[in-house]
Write a protein that binds this ligand. Structure first.
Ligand SMILES: Cc1cc2nc3c(=O)[nH]c(=O)nc-3n(C[C@H](O)[C@H](O)[C@H](O)COP(=O)(O)OP(=O)(O)OC[C@H]3O[C@@H](n4cnc5c(N)ncnc54)[C@H](O)[C@@H]3O)c2cc1C
Length: 446
């Protein structure tokens, strides 16, 4: 459970509210309960462990800056009044990271969404721009973004701060591996301004939930646009499909996405004739030059190709039923039944029966990232202790895991703490996230 600090003093909140109304106008700030509640939830309903602890915090006020410069002004004002600041994009993060544990100010970025510049190989946008809008802007110039999450409607600031990978990860890995060219960040100091950081200096601000600085503007890398095809295949069994995760991952040019599901998981996805009921489903975004080879691979494995579709909408649709989304659909089909753990490693293919046996009702949704099988292992939820008990069994099988039922910064936490000591000396940025996890809940093994 987060440790809630003393409630923020009403006088400080009132003074901040008045200052924000001056800075942003009447529409730029809200203290309405509905707005505060909306700004205080995220996608953590995906975790039954966290769901049982909700609500975990409630914003006292919400600010809606419309530009990067306004983001800096709002942060400075909040610091001067000693009010905690929780940044927020679309609030799709999975683990409670965007919930304001100590109340205070939620900084909603979604109005600061300008795409500032699309250059040759780079794109600059404000924090609230959606990943879909970035992909569309890049495509107009014959380019594509390296990667985007399956929540493609989420923001670039939220993806860089709370996400990791998705479509494009087969070639480019995670968003801390060369995706970010430069950032304009805001530190939690009284005279906050935009601080420009490039290259190695920018990386320590990625994937730590805004605890070392708020991302106001980001410059990300682009690559030349490819001709993508949406590829759908089905199989009698999941075991027939599994080896193809490796052979598809090795296609050249690399696919942008390869997802595989057991029949039960595939049946929970939105109805599509190319995902026939009762069959294991393989879906991929393939470079058109590899479709013929992929078809051979499917047929040699005893499967059948259901459809090959053109156009950016198909690719986006496939992205939006990848990664955590099959788990979300499974939970919709079977309410209050399943949890999941993020998993990785060759054992997902080589020891699938043992992996499934770790949890009652175990079912793997599989993806591939940089030649490595990764996935979401669903199981029937009984208790948090049973979820954690499975971690040791996964380790014995050589399966890497990440616990999606906790909200602590677990990527380079020491580096973040060191940076935050100077960029957030009062500890006002996203309180409760940059603390040491307990062994049972916070261990990270990759
Ligand atoms: C069904 C489902 C599927 C998902 N699939 C994927 C996936 O494929 N890949 C993936 O990486 N993630 C995935 N996620 C997690 C999440 O949706 C993404 O990481 C998403 O990109 C987060 O963006 P957001 O705008 O919703 O951020 P939010 O949820 O609003 O914020 C995420 C975190 O970043 C902080 N933050 C937000 N904006 C800023 C900013 N400008 N500066 C500093 N900190 C900030 C927040 O405080 C929070 O800690 C999934 C989630 C769900 C529910």
């Amino acid at each position: 459970m987060p440790t809630h600090a003393t409630p923020v003093a009403p006088e400080a909140l009132a003074a901040l509210e008045a200052e924000l109304r001056e800075l942003l106008g009447e529409r730029g700030v809200s203290v309405e309960l509905a707005a505060r509640e909306k700004a205080s939830v995220d996608g953590s309903r995906l975790s039954p462990v966290i769901s049982q602890q909700l609500p975990l915090g409630l914003a006292d006020l919400v600010a809606y800056p419309a530009t990067a410069d306004e983001i800096a002004l709002v942060v400075g004002a909040a610091v001067r009044h000693g009010v905690p600041i929780t940044p927020r994009g679309k609030g799709t993060g999975n683990y409670g990271q965007a919930i304001p544990f100590d109340g205070g100010l939620v900084l909603d970025m979604t109005r600061a969404r300008a795409i500032v510049e699309v250059g040759d190989g780079t794109l600059t946008a404000e924090a609230g721009a959606t990943m879909v809008s970035l992909e569309q802007a890049a495509a107009k110039t014959g380019q594509q973004i390296l990667l985007y999450p399956s929540t493609a409607q989420s923001t670039i600031g939220g993806f860089l701060s709370g996400g990791s990978g998705g479509t494009g990860s087969i070639k480019h890995g995670s968003n801390h591996q060369g995706f970010v060219v430069a950032l304009d960040v805001v530190h939690a100091v009284p005279d906050a301004t935009l601080v420009h950081v490039e290259g190695d200096e920018a990386q320590p601000y990625v994937h730590n939930y805004g605890t070392a600085g708020i991302i106001a503007r980001a410059t990300i890398r682009l690559e030349p646009l490819q001709e993508w095809r949406g590829f759908f295949a089905s199989f009698d069994t999941f075991e027939q499909l599994l080896p193809l995760m490796r052979s598809f991952g090795a296609l050249d040019p690399a696919p942008r996405l390869v997802s595989g599901d057991l029949p039960t998981l595939a049946d929970a996805l939105p109805a599509d004739p190319a995902i026939p009921r009762g069959r294991a489903s393989l879906r991929a975004i393939l470079d058109e030059a590899t479709v013929a080879r992929a078809t051979e691979l499917v047929e040699a494995a005893g499967g059948r190709v259901e459809d090959v579709r053109e156009g950016p909408q198909t690719a986006m649709k496939l992205s939006m039923i990848s990664y955590n989304h099959p788990i979300e659909w499974l939970q919709k089909a079977y309410p209050d039944t399943y949890f999941h753990v993020e998993v990785s490693g060759d054992a997902l293919i080589d020891r699938i029966d043992e992996v499934h046996a770790v949890y009652d009702g175990g079912m793997l949704h599989i993806e591939t990232s940089q030649g490595r099988p990764i996935g979401m292992l669903a199981g029937r939820y009984t208790s948090a202790d049973d979820v954690y008990a499975g971690f040791a069994k996964l380790q014995e099988l050589g399966v890497g895991y990440h616990n999606p039922h906790q909200w602590f910064v677990d990527f380079e936490p020491a580096r973040t703490r060191e940076l935050a000591a100077t960029t957030d000396p009062l500890g006002l940025l996203n309180p409760g996230k940059l603390v040491a996890p307990t062994l049972s809940t916070g261990a990270k093994v990759s």
